[in-house]
Design a protein around this ligand. Sequence first.
Ligand code: UTP
Length: 487
Amino acid sequence: MGDSVDSNDLSIPPLPLLERLKDYGQEDVFACWNELSAEERHLLVKDIEALDLPRIDRIIRCSFQSQGIPKAAIEPVPESNVSTVENRTMEEREKWWKMGLKAILEGKLGVLLLSGGQGTRLGSSDPKGCFNIGLPSGKSLFQLQAERILRVQMLAAQSVNEDAGSARVTPIHWYIMTSPFTDEATRKFFENHKYFGLEADQVTFFQQGTIPCVSRDGRFIMETPYKVAKSPDGNGGVYLALKSSGLLEDMAMRGIKYLDCYGVDNALVRVADPTFLGYFIEAGVASAAKVVRKAYPQEKVGVFVQRGKGGPVSVVEYSELDQSLASEINQGTGRLRYCWSNVCLHMFTLDFLNQVANGLEKDSIYHLAEKSIPSIHGHTVGFKLEQFIFDAFPYAPSTALFEVVREEEFAPVKNANGSNFDTPDSARLLVLRLHARWVAATGGFLTHSVPLYATGVEVSPLCSYAGEDLEAICRGRTFHAPCEITF
Ligand code: UTP
């Protein structure tokens, strides 16, 4: 950012600012100057002054240039890097669960929510986390997540003292990343709902950065004659945002060593999962990701790959994966060779988060997402520049993949109802069906007036996190679906 210009005389564009813009070929932002009122001129000058032009220019150049550079060939992730469901024993699961709860009790786990996206596909004007997917309880995604955190705290307390129902539990700190598009509404939603039973001071909101949207030739797109169009810098903006907001120090001060990081739009997300944490600690890696098996070659999910023989683990988006590679079969297993789908459920050490922000910023390579951008010329095709959370994996000295069962942990809410997949309706059904199976497994019965595949029950996260402790509530009881089961 440069020195502030003399804001009193704005009969012509301020020369120093104009010169700086010319250095980066962005002087067109003043194209409508003569038509602007005095107030609008002030707004435009402030808008431009707030931009870190050298940094943005570097990012635009590096990102466009990187498009033409061939990337190292990909290989499937070696089996030894993956903990598969079929190879996992009951003893291991119990061991990891206990290890995870112990670390949580010791205050070593923080939870990091990525909630700065604009949710354009869902089409709601509120942040996605406020969305009610139509469960019997009417709970929002934020509430489901908050209550899972409360439940894990309770389980952690009970793990040292079986009678600890009302004992003091260690609050798990919840860091919530918003963007200028979601920040105010998210904070208000939490306040209005009294933090869903969490303590207000165990929740920290912070904002990710934004970056100008650009045309095909790298020029800023104007949203109005006095405002540059901007968008959040992608969920990978979290690394820089944590660093610049001083929250990495805040985490260290609280004694947090591990961060469970996830996207807001998964109705089945196991927030602060003790099993995953225990596995992560035992594996001794810097980063880990939960993965599900890719359902079919054309499924629109990114997959984990290895870049070059022995190279780092990274994610290739479905749009970038060659169709013939996507369909390749491993002759030994009969399964897809590139089968480990990324579902945005990650665990990182705090040490790794400290390292990664510098590396990503130095590279300055952002993904170019071609989108329709609101502009002074109506909606125009341009690029949003984004980093992705998984861009960090190549910087990790070690990454482990932890397979989970899709039906247990992945109910994405991406598109509006009426779309073919990943809608609030499809997510609601996934929750109802999973919880119906939990109830049946613990000796409960369901009645229903529509076919069972179209309904089910909802178990409050305050009663059960992953199907545990339902015997006392469900055995021998009959529930009329759909309904919520709570204490
Ligand atoms: P998506 O890209 O799938 O969702 O982000 P979106 O951006 O909310 O929705 P569309 O693409 O506009 O329809 C996956 C996760 O990453 C977060 C989202 O909030 C979601 O939890 N995210 C995305 C951010 O936190 N910041 C971003 O800049 C982008």
